[in-house]
Design a protein around this ligand. Structure first.
Ligand SMILES: [Zn+2]
Ligand SMILES: [Zn+2]
Length: 354
């Protein structure tokens, strides 16, 4: 198998260049790649008018992986279920927003991708990993919720022919935030790193639950009430009992509240009795036990609710709460200073009206 490695630069800014990967499918040998490469490269360049194609070459995947994406990898967490573990980091030109977990499930005749990754570069790396294990078409891209680290690579899978599915409320949430998400990420990872990334609204929305069939392999998509966000969707692979929880579950990485803290606890409580073999969190290890894997996060959220209720009852201000509430959890979580104060702010606003 061979891939195209493209050298591209931002139009009008020859100083901003980078390499991009273009997976070509399993049966691609060197001769065929050389013969057809220009056509593929040109097609890709046409789809990315903001980038100028400098040159292309055929390489083996190992060589392509040595590029900007570095040692991108996936782990098979259950039969036919693969997960890439994102870094615990703020988006940067170095990590290209590789900051959340993504995965894919291979059925009898199609592949479903769960979350698109935080940039087009990451989505291309994931697609390359898919192509190393199967040449079945990527029929579905399922987005677990609106946050940029999970959705900004979506165009890559859309171009590969995937139907994009999300929570019924995802469409509106993305449209309202598209400009902000795009501007922020561009600033953080740079124009060259960002190129090809985009907010893509879903083709189909889920209310309640819905099954999709990958060919003898059923996935159950379930839309939840407001929790981490107002558009959280989980994906259950019935064959192996693996449940993708998106950001309804954080491990190691400080949870980030952007919906309702009480709603979040309620949704997790409701999922607790589900008989699953393992869960994939949005941030943290590729697979965790259930419900044990949720205990640290639930303890943090419950403590936040308890302390804030006390603080509010005493008539304390929000700024005092931000300085004091929950500080004892600092050593348990990565990126605590980046996310915890915002959680206190959001939870305070929610709880002061109880
Ligand atoms: Zn996330
Ligand atoms: Zn999130």
């Amino acid at each position: 198998m061979y891939e195209l490695l493209l050298a591209v630069c931002i139009n009008g800014d020859p100083a901003q260049c980078m390499e991009r990967r273009l997976p070509l499918g399993e049966d691609m040998n060197m001769m065929r790649c050389m013969r057809e490469g220009l056509v593929h490269a040109q097609k890709w360049a046409d789809a990315h008018p903001d980038l100028e194609l400098k040159k292309w070459r055929c390489v083996e995947p190992e060589e392509a992986a040595a590029g900007p994406v570095g040692a991108y990898s996936v782990t098979e967490v259950a039969d036919g279920v693969f997960v890439h573990r994102g870094q615990h980091a703020i988006p940067s030109a170095e990590n290209l927003n590789d900051t959340s977990n993504t995965g894919f499930i291979i059925g009898g005749d199609a592949v479903a991708v769960v979350d698109a990754g935080g940039s087009a570069v990451m989505a291309e790396a994931l697609l390359a990993e898919i192509r190393e294990v199967t040449d079945k078409p990527v029929k579905y891209l399922i987005l677990t919720h609106m946050h940029p680290d999970h959705v900004l690579g979506a165009q890559v899978f859309k171009d590969a022919g995937a139907t994009v599915i999300g929570h019924k409320k995802l469409d509106r949430a993305l449209k309202a935030r598209a400009q902000t998400y795009e501007d922020n990420l561009k600033r953080l990872i740079g124009d060259a790193g960002y190129a090809g990334s985009a907010i893509v609204v879903p083709d189909e929305g889920v209310t309640g639950s819905r099954e999709i069939d990958l060919g003898g392999r059923l996935l159950v998509l379930e839309a939840h009430p407001t929790a981490h966000t107002d558009n959280d969707l989980t994906v259950l692979d019935k064959q192996t009992g693996t449940l993708f929880l998106g950001d309804l579950l954080f491990a190691e990485h400080t949870p980030a509240l952007d919906g309702s803290i009480l709603g979040w606890l309620k949704v997790v409580e409701g999922l607790k009795t589900r008989a699953v073999s393992g869960v994939v969190p949005g941030h943290g290890p590729v697979l965790l036990d259930w419900p044990d894997g949720s205990l640290p996060m639930v303890a943090y959220l419950e403590a936040l609710v308890g302390s804030l209720r006390t603080s509010i009852a005493k008539g304390e201000t929000m700024s005092k709460a931000i300085r004091t509430v929950g500080d004892e959890h600092r050593e348990n979580w990565v990126l605590f200073d980046e996310f915890h104060p915002r959680n206190v702010t959001a939870a305070f606003k929610e709880l002061e009206w109880e």
